[in-house]
Each structure stands twice: as C-alpha cells, then as structure tokens.
Design a protein around this ligand. Sequence first.
Ligand code: WTA
Length: 631
Amino acid sequence: MSIKIQTLAGYIHEYQKSVLQPDQFWARVAESFHWHKPWTEVVRWNFTEPSVEWFVDGKLNITENMLDRYLYTKGGQTAIIYEPNDPAESAISLTYRELYERVNEFANAMKAEGVTKGDRVIIYMPMTPEAAIAMMACARIGAVHSVVFAGFSANALADRIIDCEAKMVLTADENFRGAKVVPVKAVVDEALERCPSVEKVIVLQRSGGPVTMQEGRDLWWHEAIAGQDTECPATVMDAEDMLFILYTSGSTGKPKGVVHTCGGYMVYTKFTFENVFQYKAGDIYWCTADVGWITGHSYIVYGPLLAGATTLMFEGVPTYPDAGRFWDIVDKHQVNQFYTAPTAIRALQAYGTEPLEGKDLSSLKVLGTVGEPINEEAWHWYHDHIGKGRCPIVDTWWQTETGGIMMSPIAGIIPTKPAYATLPLPGIQPVIVDHEGNELTGNSVEGNLCIKFPWPSMIRTTYGDHERCRQTYFSQFPGMYFTGDGVKRDEDGYYRILGRVDDVINVSGHRMGTAEVENAINEHPKVIESAVVGYPHDIKGQGIYAFVIANMEGRTEENLEQEIRTTVTNIIGPIARPDKIQLVPGLPKTRSGKIMRRILRKISEGITDDFGDTSTLLDPEVVAQIIAGRK
Ligand code: WTA
C-alpha cells in the first residue's frame, strides 16, 4: 500500500517521518509499485556535481505500472475520456484494456520503424489520446520522448530536435484549436529541413486536410499500426534510465532539456496525484493543461494513469465555441477534480457568471491551480462561483524541473488560504535564503526559495550539458537546489510564492526567458538592440514589454512593430509575441554596459520615479526619453 494522507495529524506525522527517515518513507511508497528487481539503496546523492539517484539498481517499466497492473482489476474501467475541440464531435472513452492494447500496438509500430531503447522521439501532436498513447509507447520500449507544445514554431521545434538528436517525430496532419486549424505537419516539414537526425515521421490523421508525405520518411499512424500485435513486451529499465526530456526556458540562452528518469518520477507523480487531489476510485479527474508542458506529463498522463484513475483530455480552448465550454465539459462528464491555470480562471472571470448559468457543477469536489501565482480576487471567484464555496482549492507550486507538485494544500485536509501554496508535501524540505545564501529560519520571512534535500522526481541533468544544470540550479546557493522563485513564509508558517526572481517571466502560465525573446527580436534586420521585461497584466499574469532600438529607415513605427511581432512568432511561436513594443533611442546601461532591467521593469509598471540607486547609470537622459515614450 502506498501512503495516503487522510487527516491533518496524518500529514504532520508523515511529513516528520519523511524528513527524519527519508529512506524508510520513500521505500514504503515505492513498495506499492511493480519492480522487476528491487533497489539496493533508496537514494544516493550530492548537490555539488550534482548527482542524484533514486531506487539505485531498481528495475522497472513505468507502463506496466499504468496498464498491465490494471488490466485484470480495471480492464473495463475508463482510463481516458477524450473531449474533442468541436462539441458536435462525440467524446471518446478508452478503457484500461483498450489503452493497453493501443499503447502496445503503437509501441510495436515504432519498433518496426527502427526505434530502440534510448532513442529520442519528438511528439508534436494535438491533445488527443494518441498523444498520451505515443508517450506511453515510447516508455514501453525505453525510447525517450520529448513532447514539444504544438504552438511552437518550426524554428523552435527544430532547435529541440537538433539538441536531442531525435530519430523520429510523431505528429498529425492538422490540429484543431478553437476556430483555428493549425497545419502541424507543414510545420514539421519546415523544421526537418535542418534536422538530419530524423529518419521517420508518423502522422496521425486528425483533420483529413492536405499534407505532403515524403516518400521513405513519412507514414500514416493508421498504416503504421495496421497488423501490429497488441502485446508488446515492456523493456526493463533501470530506475535511473531516462524517461523523457522536456525543454523549458531559463534566464539565459536557449531552452534547456530537463531530464527525468523512470523510477523516481513514477513514484513521486503517483504519490502526489493521489494525495493532493484526494482522488477516489471512480472519480473523473480533469486537468486542462496541454501535454506539451510538465503539468500535462505528470498530471494528465503519468500520475493519474499510475493511480488507475479516469483522466479527461480536452483538445480545445476555454472560449470555444463560447466562454462556457469548461463548465459544459464539467457538467457533461460530471468531473470531480478540476485542475487549471490562474490565467484561464482570470480570462473566464472576465465573462462574468452568465456562462455558468444552467451548468451543473455539483459533481466538483476539488479545484486546483498551477503555473503562476494566483491573485486573491481570482482565487475567490474560483472558490465562490465554480466551487460554490464547497470545494477546497489546491494551489500547487512546482516546476518542470521538480517533476511533481512540491507545495500544495492536500485537498480537504490542509486548511487553505487564498494565494498560498500553504505547506510542503512529505519529502520536500524547503528553505528560504537571503542573497548571500544565509538560511532565514522562523516565520514571517521572505527570500529565495531553495530545497535542501532531494526528492524522487527532481531534475537529473540538462540534456547534453550537465554543467549547465549545475550552474543554473546548484551553484548560486551551494548545497541546495535553487528554484528561481521568491517566497514568503507567513506568521503561520504558510508559504506564498511571490514569482520569479530571475529573468524568467510567466505569461499566461507559460514560462519564457527574457533573453530568449530578446534574441528573437534581435533577429529582425532593423533591430540594433532590445530589452524585454514582464509587466503586470490583468489576464495573463505577466505581459511582455519590449524596449527596442532600431534603425527606422524605410519603416514606420507601426509596420516595424508588426514585423517584430511576426519575427518573434516565427522564431519561437505566438506565445512569445510582445504585448507592447516601444521603440527607444537607447537603453539604460551601467558604465560597464549592463542593461539596468530594474529601471525598465519599473517603467513598464508605470512607475516613473523612485528607481533606487542609479549612480552607476551611464546616461540618465535615456531614462527620461523612455519614460516620455512609454506605452
Ligand atoms: C511558477 C509549471 C505560484 C513558478 C508546473 C515556477 C507558480 C514556474 C505556481 C514553473 C503556483 C508554478 N504559484 N507560482 N502554484 N506553480 N509557478 O516549469 O514561478 O512551467 O518557478 O512548471 O511557474 O513553471 P513550469
């Protein structure tokens, strides 16, 4: 039996055990899984190299713990409910048995196309069950998946394919997203012009729209699975073999490939899913994320299916065909646990309560939020209008790098407080440090959030560049994992996440490096230099504000701004398009040439004085000019 927390005293008790005797604690959780060979040591680690191994020498296959395990006990139970983009198209349910067969069949198809253990496979697909099937089929045969959000551009996709030297790409003809039809296969074709490692592309027929199939390279999904056996022996993996790579943005350079491994990720995602959401057999659970992000990995696919749950996948967007869509789906499928992002809550809140009329939300038991700080107003709206004051809100703080939820109320057990992630889950040892790395103990303190002890689903490395992993997460505060987030511990010992303290911004719950957006802007031939900051945005949480120095010859401000937006869309994708672009004569720099972003951030927020210490500023006149032209 795994550990299921049922009372506040139970939480306190397990938390204490997890800190005092982490080996015994995690062994107890891990024992509830099927292992081909048990581990010889629970955890072996140091945060200097860093080197982290969990369940050392243990052998397993994660899909056996999601599929084979439930074949006889829950074969007829629904594993995945698929709600298509268009409400007129029927929803589809897959039982555990059907899912088992479809994963095995597709695993065999991939094998037939030459994929073997350790090969990297890119998944660039719509939110249909095939995306989840593709992930599990990779895991079945020991291939390493890297899901790329299908809103990324051909260029961003190519960067990821090249970085991990993927052998195969899984995609669709076209994706449906709201009223839009996105030609994803065409995007893949463009990306592959500079990706020599890719040998095969398997294409799901979703829209039936026109695509070009390259002879010898591209094949249809339905052709690939035709005649394949629905049994595929699971490849036995070492606990520390790679399960997947997921690219995410940091403060510098290109996105990095966060590496997660089989054993620890399996143990932690199931444990946190069951406890945080208090999932009970028969419940219908829905997380609205996309499988392109970590939330989709851990809490649409892996966590829920490891727990034998029924997980709903929604292909569309919250406002299509109208702003009542989420609530229609909750009503239609009688959803019990609903997990979404603050940006979606704020966007729907803006439509008022009219879209809720006539919708039965009484099935809801637990509401969740993730991805960015939730403001109190949105928290109350969610609590009052969606949860009708009955449903606890689990404000779950975590990251791509942490693999699973780190701090969150346990639904119905840890008392909530608006905008607070409340307390760490068992096994998680947060510390707050000041700029010099001194630990701030006691309550009512604020500083940088670090974690001082490993947990099973933590990042192992950044793909192909371990030094980058060390530098990014383990060098600023030696001996600890640094999250990049600021945090406050209040008088009750409750944690509130304050947002990033580095140059990462969070736009509609999507993580972006300001440097990444600047590099994209700088690709425009007329741009000389740029600086990007996040500014408070009512719906998105943060918006993107770009200050740009450009050569205006032959351009009006308007058409240059438009061109810059197009450049960013082409290089990264629409999610990185600046909300505001201000053409400026210069940027505020220090004598040593460093941009003083602090000043730009304040200007973007509408603050035009009180810039703090500006003694190192090279040319104060530039600041006055920027203020005068503020957007
Ligand atoms: C932010 C998403 C406040 C945080 C799972 C973190 C949050 C970054 C919360 C990771 C929350 C995530 N409250 N902020 N409940 N959850 N964040 O990698 O800044 O896409 O560092 O992972 O989102 O974003 P990522």
